[in-house]
Design a protein around this ligand. Structure first.
Ligand SMILES: Nc1ncnc2c1ncn2[C@@H]1O[C@H](COP(=O)(O)OP(=O)(O)O)[C@@H](O)[C@H]1O
Ligand SMILES: [Mg+2]
Length: 270
């Protein structure tokens, strides 16, 4: 795979991503309230919280789908105002809970499509007959094919998404996020719908991410599977009603009575 060419600062004292005082309101609903957290370079940071706590809103803010009413963000120490279609050029990519694969493209084409942003060689543009990019499309397809092999699903390269078993489709979505060589990867419920064997696979994959190739990859993970989040994260933030009610290492979160209380309310724990 092609390595990232962007210059980055990976010094230990500069967080890859820093959120300070983020606030989001939807009409009268406070979805996020004074949320501050850091994602150090090379770390895996988990976001937990009951339904409606603000987890998805937080990811949407980081991806630029929602502009916060309050607060600031920085990426590698520089002010960060995310714009969705420019995210991969900033080294940020995301998997969607709903996968979002193109039904009319094969698995390998779906993954190659994810290379567009970083390489500025729109594979999709090539597919639409826009000039010229043929060489880069071939490169993107070769990279995509290698990535599917790495993830152990190379035999599905030419299968269309509707025919993919769900765990394979999830890996294709992960490969599409990885092909742009992100240095910050946002995973939205990656374990959802997977059985224990697939979750164990995913655990190994997430653990290996920070040392991927020559990049220092940071990961943010929204996940309901408590075992998974506790076993892969260096740091966890717990949201409730839009506020960070607890932050710390997994063992600290496990022992925090405030966290247990948040999951014991009249809302269903999730
Ligand atoms: N687009 C929206 N319009 C209005 N309210 C929203 C919107 N998105 C989220 N909310 C509300 O904001 C709160 C946080 O939602 P969300 O971030 O989806 O929570 P979570 O992902 O933790 O379940 C909830 O009360 C939800 O109903
Ligand atoms: Mg959500």
């Amino acid at each position: 795979m092609q390595l990232p060419t962007l210059s980055r600062t990976d010094s230990a004292d500069t967080a890859r991503l820093e959120l300070a005082g983020i606030g989001v309101r939807f009409g009268g609903i406070v979805a996020l309230d004074d949320v501050s957290l850091q994602v150090p370079a090379g770390s895996v940071v988990g976001i937990m919280g009951p339904n409606g706590a603000g987890k998805t809103t937080l990811f949407n803010v980081i991806c630029g789908f929602i502009r916060p009413g309050d607060g600031t963000m920085s990426l590698d120490g520089k002010p960060f105002t995310p714009v969705p279609h420019r995210l991969s050029a900033r080294g940020v990519s995301r998997t969607l809970q709903s996968l979002g694969l193109f039904a009319g493209l094969t698995a390998v084409e779906n993954v190659a499509a994810g290379a567009s942003g970083r390489h500025r060689s729109p594979f999709v543009a090539g597919m639409l007959g826009l000039p010229p990019a043929a060489h880069r499309n071939r490169q993107a397809l070769a990279d995509a094919s290698n990535l599917l092999d790495d993830l152990g699903i190379g035999s599905y390269a030419h299968t269309l998404p509707p025919a993919l078993p769900y765990p394979v489709a999830k890996k294709v979505a992960m490969a599409r996020a990885l092909i742009s060589d992100p240095t910050l990867l946002l995973l939205d419920e990656p374990a959802g719908g997977l059985d224990q064997t697939d979750i164990d696979d995913l655990r190994e994959l997430i653990r290996a991410l920070p040392q991927r190739a020559d990049s220092v990859v940071s990961v943010m993970l929204v996940e309901h599977n408590v075992d998974l989040i506790m076993s892969v994260c260096d740091h966890i933030a717990v949201l409730d009603f839009g506020r960070v009610i607890s932050q710390g290492a997994p063992h600290e979160i496990k022992a925090d009575p405030v966290v247990a209380q948040a999951y014991l309310g009249d809302r269903e724990a999730s």
